[in-house]
Design a protein around this ligand. Structure first.
Ligand code: NAD
Length: 461
């Protein structure tokens, strides 16, 4: 099934250049191409599109913004968002974290108001936009409630904790006409778009497979319990997840290595690289998924599989293979002990393209150099993920990673995590969003998770 979501450029026409002279434009293109290593033809098209679109927000249309989830990513997102609007509120179930972010985000003596319950924050009519940077198990309920409260949403990846949550969220976003940008910012990096456009336009001949290397998870533990810090509402933090005694390694930052709150690195980094693979392959979902566990969690420690492979097969025969690698500075691993790099490699009948956050390479450099024809498929252009979101808040157009796109990328990751958790090879029926065939019942039990009371949908209605 090909993908109907708005991932393509609105028109295949090359953009016009309105406001710069041709000579200075070409000079700027050459300098940019030199600095970024991207091909000149691609840079020319990008800069032309950007020039055609420049629209500065006036002082009067700065939306009111609230940050929900005041950790590392929330802080980074809020700082970027503060360029486009006014940070007027922050919320966290950890009082110290909320206070610290409120202090950091204070501008011209205006301190954001502090909340500990996001439902109260959503009642504030001055807030137009929320940034949701809570841990994954809180993403859906916060976004769902925000859409229903009439707010627009920049929602961190992965969009959901389960596939079923995606359907609830899509309905809420559509019913309430909210703008939702998923925080999969690699779509707004030029080199990832270039790789996807070349694949989509047959530059590699027929695409055979994509190989994705994700950072391996952590194998650590067992962890002792500890007293809950006075500043933390541990029950609220756990939300829909099963109640557990407080262990610091379950909470801030490291929630991503526990299946109660995440899907392990399969959904954490998978949300980025699988999203790009999905963009290039251009098919909504794979049909088959299988996996191999390469290490077992340590009892009493992180329970998400750390080292693994996952293989997906699409209806057109294209395969997507996921591998884990120790190449990741974020989790403090030694860089590259296994000789692999975190990134994506597309393999076709006529060559390969490798892309990651550091660069783009091809089996033959000529594969990148030649311009695409006038009638080539052009993908949605966003040069800055946060700017694209705020543009869409103003225009009410679809952002580059809208709710459907976020749901589909998250679904790919959840399918891999479910295969790993069940140890099964599985068949996915996209139309009904359920597994079919052998072991379907066992796997479908992971498509929806029981939400611990009172933290189910009724908590926010
Ligand atoms: N786009 C990216 O490149 C990128 C990078 C890192 C993290 N992320 C995503 O951002 C999210 C946050 O990651 P992090 O590393 O900042 O985590 P973190 O644990 O440091 O921060 C999460 C914060 O949310 C708070 N929180 C938990 N439940 C809450 C609730 N119900 N209401 C309000 N606050 C609540 C926590 O107390 C914590 O302060 C994750 O979903 C992660 O996947 C995205």
């Amino acid at each position: 099934m090909s993908d109907p979501t708005p991932q393509l450029a609105p028109s295949n026409a090359k953009p016009q250049i309105f406001n710069v002279s041709r000579r200075s434009f070409l000079k700027r293109c050459s300098l940019t191409a030199l600095a970024t290593g991207l091909p000149l033809w691609f840079v020319e098209r990008e800069l032309a599109a950007a020039d055609a679109k420049t629209s500065k927000l006036s002082a009067n249309d700065r939306p009111g913004i609230a940050l929900i989830g005041c950790g590392g990513m929330g802080g980074a997102d809020a700082e970027m968002a503060a360029y486009y609007g006014d940070m007027i509120a922050v919320c966290d179930v950890d009082k110290l974290r909320a206070a610290e972010k409120a202090k950091n985000l204070t501008k011209a003596g205006k301190k954001p108001k502090i909340y500990s319950d996001f439902r109260k924050l959503l009642e504030n009519k001055d807030i137009d936009v929320i940034i949701n940077a809570t841990p994954d198990h809180w993403h859906t309920l916060v976004n769902y409630a925000a859409a229903r409260a009439g707010k627009d949403i920049y929602g961190e990846k992965p969009l959901t904790l389960t596939i079923d949550e995606g359907r609830h969220l899509i309905k809420a976003v559509r019913d309430h006409k909210a703008i939702l940008q998923t925080g999969t910012q690699q779509r707004s990096y030029a080199r990832f778009r270039l790789a996807c456009e070349l694949v989509r336009n047959g530059r590699l001949g027929k695409l055979k497979e994509a190989n994705v290397w994700l950072p391996a998870g952590l194998r650590e533990g067992p962890f002792p319990t500890a007293p809950v810090p006075a500043e933390l509402d541990w029950d609220f933090w756990q939300g829909q997840a099963p109640a557990a005694e407080y262990v610091p390694q379950r909470c801030h930052g490291n929630f991503r290595f526990w299946y109660e709150y995440s899907g392990g690195t399969m959904t954490d980094w998978g949300a980025h690289h699988n999203d790009i693979a999905y963009w290039a392959i251009g098919i909504i979902a794979p049909r088959e998924v299988s996996s191999v566990r390469l290490s077992e969690p340590i009892p009493g420690g992180y329970n998400a599989y750390a080292d693994y492979t996952v293989a997906y097969t699409y209806a057109n025969g294209v395969r997507l293979n996921i591998h884990t690698t120790k190449d990741d500075s974020i989790y403090g691993a030694v860089v590259n002990p296994d000789g692999q790099r975190n990134g994506i490699r597309f393999e076709g009948t006529d060559g390969w393209i490798w892309v990651n956050r550091d660069g783009i390479e091809a089996s033959d450099p000529e594969l990148l150099k030649a311009d695409l024809p006038e009638d080539a498929v052009q993908l949605y252009v966003s040069k800055n993920h946060m700017a694209n979101f705020f543009d869409c808040v103003r225009t009410r157009e679809e952002p580059i990673c809208n709710v459907e796109t976020g749901h589909r990328s998250a679904t790919m990751c959840h399918l891999g995590a479910i295969s790993l958790r069940t140890g099964r090879s599985l068949t996915w029926d996209y139309d009904v969003e359920r597994f079919v065939g052998p072991h379907a019942a066992e796997a479908n039990a992971h498509v929806v998770r029981e939400m611990r009371a009172p933290y189910d949908y009724s908590f926010v209605i």
